[in-house]
Design a protein around this ligand. Structure first.
Ligand code: BES
Ligand code: ZN
Length: 462
């Protein structure tokens, strides 16, 4: 084992160069113009896997290709089998002008590598691959069989992956899934994430006159779609931060006092946080702490708002239409499709007769909650402790990884969420970076985890 850990240390600068090459490919899944880059990123990671000694191939889907890469199997020897999931797609880098260096020209400053996708998620799954490279190149026996599954549509809802899992159900049969695509509060607080929020996405379009109109000639006599949209959206939340859509909270499971006590143990400083985010004050649903608001309460967010003239100077018009991109984050036991119905029904009820309303549904994913008591979770906690040299914490996080529920439903297994991202990594924001100490610790974790998980399943089956 020491040889594996030494290999990771002595190859660190090449691992950073590999990650830089990977980040250089602008694999933005949301933008069709990047289709060739999606293919290039998929091929890059496939070639990388082949290069370190895995058996790797790309599988076409109706969307972007999925990479499957296997560690060499031993005949006549059954070892526990784990699936390691990651995604090679990244969020759009816009607005470009806020980046201090170009998003797809990765640069290292201090112990940070800047670039879109460095943290979310290229650096995090590459850390696991580096750990496997170390096993294979030092001739150290891997205690588990591993299959890497790296997809290219996580940031747009993983719409084609569930069907892919169904067709590969036998090949992907495993004892559990491991994902590093979540966060840690700091390098001194490695974390096992036990819950993720779900999501439901849609776009709302308020349609008014059949063209932009002169606001002097027509204004006051034709409804303004932008104003209607704002009024409707304003009716989705009250002053206490509660969503006003009827039935929105019906399925929300109440937190137990033990859960609340557990979350209250995590250090959190509101003043520091508002300074970090550049807001005068934090805002959130009354009666819940910030950690509870983020990890355990549902939300409705406007992600984008568009209408009228947005060029330089002004233009006196009543815009023809206005639109909003919206996502809700869901918590156990809310279901995306049930929520979608309630939201659409409410919006239709509050829409005035002076405009038309068009609602386009987008992706959805269920919330996830798993026990930290299982033998696998305990093994992961041991690996975290020794990789980071600090006591791990348990987290409920606010982000979503839609496929984890499908792993449960289709493959029948739980997921260990062992994130490597720091709160200031700027995931989805300008100036995303990956902390290279997280990268190094992540590789150590990737090395130690299979030792721990190898032992668990031996004991379980004994
Ligand atoms: N890495 C995130 C998910 C995440 C981040 C979970 C931090 C927990 C903590 C992932 O890449 C992501 O951004 N997912 C999307 C999914 C959506 C587009 C369906 C999200 O949460 O917005
Ligand atoms: Zn993301």
């Amino acid at each position: 084992m020491q040889a594996v850990l030494d290999y990771l240390v002595s190859n660190e600068s090449r691992f950073i160069a590999d990650l830089s090459n990977y980040v250089r490919i602008p694999s933005v899944s949301a933008q069709p113009s990047h289709a060739p880059d999606m293919q290039r990123a998929a091929e890059w990671i496939r070639d990388h896997c082949c290069g370190i000694g895995l058996e790797a191939e790309l599988h076409p889907t109706p969307g972007n290709p999925v990479l499957i890469a296997r560690t060499p199997r031993q005949k006549n020897r059954k070892r526990p089998h784990y699936l390691v999931y990651g995604h090679y797609d990244v969020q759009p880098p816009e607005p470009f002008e806020l980046w201090h260096s170009a998003p797809f020209e990765p640069i290292q400053r201090g112990r940070s590598l800047f670039g879109r996708g460095a943290s979310d998620n290229k650096g995090q799954h590459l850390a696991h691959l580096n750990a496997i490279e170390a096993y294979l190149k030092t001739g150290t026996e891997l205690p588990c069989d591993l299959t890497f599954l790296i997809e290219g549509e996580e940031e747009i809802g993983s719409n084609h992956l569930a069907q892919f899992l169904r067709t590969k159900r036998n090949e992907l049969k495993c004892d559990g899934v491991v994902i590093s695509d979540t966060g840690i509060p700091s390098l001194k607080q490695p974390a096992l994430t036990c819950a993720l929020r779900g999501i439901v996405a849609f776009e709302l379009k308020v349609i008014g006159p059949n063209r932009d109109l002169h606001s002097g000639l027509f204004g006051g006599s034709v409804d303004n779609p932008a104003l209607v949209l704002c009024q409707m959206l304003a009716k989705t939340r009250d002053s206490k931060g509660r969503i006003t859509i009827p039935g929105f909270y019906d399925e929300v499971v109440k937190l137990t006092s033990a859960e609340r006590r557990e979350m209250a143990k995590l250090p959190f400083n509101e003043r520091k946080e508002s300074r970090f985010l550049g807001v005068p004050q934090l805002f959130g649903e009354k009666g819940f702490t910030v950690i509870e608001q983020r990890g355990t309460r549902p939300t409705l967010e406007i992600n984008g708002l568009t209408s009228g003239y947005q060029g330089i100077g002004n233009k006196t018009i009543v815009p023809s239409w206005a639109s909003a991109k919206i996502t809700c984050r869901l918590v156990p036991d809310q279901k995306p499709e049930g929520l979608r119905k309630k939201i659409i029904q409410y919006l239709r009820t509050i829409c005035p007769p002076t405009v038309k309303l068009q609602i386009t549904s987008d992706h959805g994913g269920e919330p996830y909650h798993v026990s930290s008591e299982s033998p696998q979770a305990q093994a992961a906690l041991r690996a975290l402790r020794s990789a980071f040299g600090h006591e791990p914490v348990l987290l409920r996080e606010g982000g979503s990884i839609p496929i984890v529920n499908d792993f449960k439903k289709i493959l029948g297994v739980d997921t260990l969420l062992l994130g490597l991202a720091l709160p200031d990594d700027n995931a989805h924001s300008p100036n995303e970076k990956f902390n290279l100490d997280c990268y190094a610790k992540g590789m150590r974790l990737g090395a130690l985890l299979w030792q721990e998980l190898g032992r668990v399943s031996e004991n379980d089956s004994a």
